[in-house]
Design a protein around this ligand. Structure first.
Ligand code: MG
Ligand code: MG
Length: 632
């Protein structure tokens, strides 16, 4: 598969962009005229730089306001085209993108436009060049690819073809099925962009909010399936106008772009196995079976704080590492690890962020395959030295520089607790403390708002996982955006919280913990009322919820008085979905820079996270913040 990207998608100077694009693994670039004009050198020099990076110029763009012009504008449009052809010859590219006319003086008419393109095709052919015609979603007369295709069909010229751009088609919610009947050799180029579904002016939406395929809400895979069903196996190119990308690091954006294309083509080939498109060679998406452990980096005092907390939550000290200063605490299928080893990744994480989550272990179907796939997607691998008797467990870099380990039952990594840890004698007090917590229900990671789409792509391209709907959570200090990533069988759920303001609780956490990602861990209980009682006798301090919340709850859901009292007495939050599924939540107080635990119970297939309750929880936490504990 020939992967390309428009220079306009990235920030920086032309050479910054080209370096990042080439390093990420693209084969070609679309040169945007504005980028070319800002470039300090001749077209020939630019062409040579691109080729020195081992890439081609896949096209030159855009050429505007060409077709359907009355005289004298028509003659001038052809003259302008000839000058662009001169530039293209020097650059060393044979394809120009013509977008449908926006000009008020243009007169429209399918046959007139076809005649103009046919004549331009003759002029291009004389110079060995080709012309690709794209319907802009906001074109004056032509704004639908079915019309631009009719024009190209009637132009009937071998040097004139159609350019299909997913954004222009999907933003207008056009049916993609008719693409399947365009002959492949008439499709000269395919441009891809996704976008969040926002109801706004098309042009503004396009210029500012496009993002990578898989980062937005558009059916880009369906679009691309229709394209490859024609037999098309030519270039696929990202053309992404996005304010955050233009303000971001070119290198990161280029890596994300390549990841999105590789993932998309993989999905498309799986759905259209008979198509000619050559898929990336990599294993299928990893299946997440559960979160095997969460590891905290700590010093002695941090460990003492965590130990108190784990005990009140009902955890038992289950094992000590054979060689390292690492302990595991267990309850049900939950393993919490405290790592004080120096030197180690955990220690450097501690130095940077204080007591915090530094490592997450995910149980997958095949850890080696997961690593191979992650590598093909340009994910950074992580490794550190292992001592005698220790397992080599593969790992990658995740959110906020933390580590994601892959364990499986295919190898002995699933037995890490038996192999790397000495079990501790069970004492009776441990059993009495057990609160019946079964497994990790979800992990909540906090990140910058501008990074959410990128991490969503990270998770959904490596794992067989889906993104849930986006929620806005109102924090008194500003807005927090929240979106869940869920493994297909629901065994692993990660909620991502995007923050802009340091005044929000999540924003404060992100700032004070130097980008540490995991802000809360939610444990699943089968009986939250029993759990609440046990936690209370363990000395666990529950987050106190405002009494007004319960009056409102009673009225809102028509709860019977007994249940309302039970919720109130235990400081539980409650939610109910339209199918009668119920959700119960209990929170710890906040620790350190805003870390906390949650206990939840799901009944009747409730699939959400109590988004309605988040503002209540945040208000309660903020009230407490001044008197809160502090991790050392
Ligand atoms: Mg385009
Ligand atoms: Mg939660």
């Amino acid at each position: 598969m020939y992967k390309s990207i428009a220079t306009v998608s990235l920030s920086g100077t032309m050479s910054d962009k080209l370096e990042a694009i080439s390093a990420a693994g693209f084969e070609g670039v679309e040169i945007f005229e504005d980028d070319f004009l800002a470039f300090d050198g001749t077209p020939k020099e630019l062409g040579n730089i691109v080729r020195d990076f081992g890439m081609d110029i896949s096209l030159f763009q855009p050429f505007r306001d060409f077709e359907g012009m009355p005289e004298p504008h028509r003659t001038r449009a052809f003259d302008r085209a000839e000058r662009k052809f001169d530039v293209m010859e020097e650059l060393g590219t044979d394809l120009i993108l013509i977008c449908s006319n926006l000009s008020e003086v243009s007169v429209g008419g399918i046959d007139r436009a076809a005649a103009d393109l046919r004549e331009l095709g003759d002029r291009a052919a004389a110079r060995g060049l080709r012309v690709g015609y794209e319907a802009l979603a906001w074109g004056r007369h032509i704004n639908d690819y079915r019309d631009s295709w009719e024009i190209v069909r009637r132009a009937d010229h071998p040097n004139v073809g159609i350019i299909l751009d997913s954004f222009h088609i999907l933003s207008r919610r056009l049916d993609v099925a008719p693409i399947r009947s365009i002959p492949a050799d008439r499709i000269f180029f395919v441009q891809l962009a996704d976008a969040p579904m926002i109801d706004m002016d098309l042009l503004y939406w396009s210029r500012h909010f496009r993002n990578m395929p898989g980062e937005g809400d558009m059916a880009v895979t369906d679009f691309m399936r229709a394209v490859v069903a024609t037999g098309y196996d030519g270039p696929v190119s990202l053309e992404i106008f996005n304010d955050q990308f233009r303000g971001g690091f070119a290198k990161t954006i280029a890596v994300d772009g390549c990841r999105s294309l590789v993932n998309l083509i993989d999905e498309v080939k799986n759905a259209e196995p008979d198509s000619k498109i050559i898929p990336p060679s990599m294993p299928p998406k990893a299946i997440m079976q559960g979160i095997e452990f969460v590891e905290f980096a700590a010093n002695d005092e941090g460990e003492a704080d965590l130990t108190d907390l784990f005990q009140t939550l009902g955890f038992a000290h289950a094992g000590k590492h054979i060689a390292k200063d690492v302990a595991v605490w267990r309850q049900g299928g939950i393993n919490l690890v405290i790592n004080k080893e120096k030197p180690s990744f955990a220690h450097s994480s501690y130095v940077l962020r204080g007591t915090s989550v530094c490592d997450i272990g995910v149980m997958v179907d095949d850890a080696e395959a997961a690593i191979t796939r992650a590598t093909a997607l340009g994910v950074q691998l992580f490794s550190q030295e292992t001592g005698p008797g220790e397992l080599k467990i593969p790992a990658i870099r995740g959110v906020g520089g933390s580590i994601l380990h892959f364990l499986d039952q295919k190898t002995n990594s699933g037995d890490v607790w038996d192999i790397e840890f000495n079990p501790l004698a069970h004492i009776d007090a441990d059993a009495d403390r057990d609160a019946g917590l079964v497994r990790i229900d979800h992990l909540a990671q906090t990140m910058g708002n501008d990074q959410m789409a990128s991490w969503a792509l990270f998770y959904s391209s490596i794992f067989d996982a889906e993104r849930g709907p986006m929620f806005d959570v109102i924090d008194p200090g500003g807005l927090v955006r929240s979106q869940a990533i869920e493994g297909r069988d629901g065994n692993v759920r990660i909620t991502m919280n995007g923050v802009e303001s340091g005044k929000t609780l999540a924003g404060q956490f992100a700032e004070e913990s130097a980008g540490s990602a995991v802000q809360h861990i939610a444990f699943l209980s089968d009986d939250i009322f029993a759990a609440a009682e046990r936690l209370r006798s363990n000395g666990f301090e529950t987050l106190e919820i405002s009494r007004n919340y319960y009056d409102d709850l009673e009225a809102r859901f028509g709860l019977d008085a007994e249940l309302a009292d039970q919720l109130r007495d235990n400081n539980l939050l409650y939610d109910r979905d339209n199918d009668g599924g119920e959700y119960f939540q209990l929170y710890s107080r906040t620790f350190g820079s805003g870390f906390f635990f949650e206990v939840v119970e799901r009944r009747g297939g409730y699939a959400g996270y109590g988004a309605m309750n988040a503002k209540i929880r945040i208000a309660a936490q903020k009230r407490l913040l001044r008197k809160s504990y502090n991790f050392s």
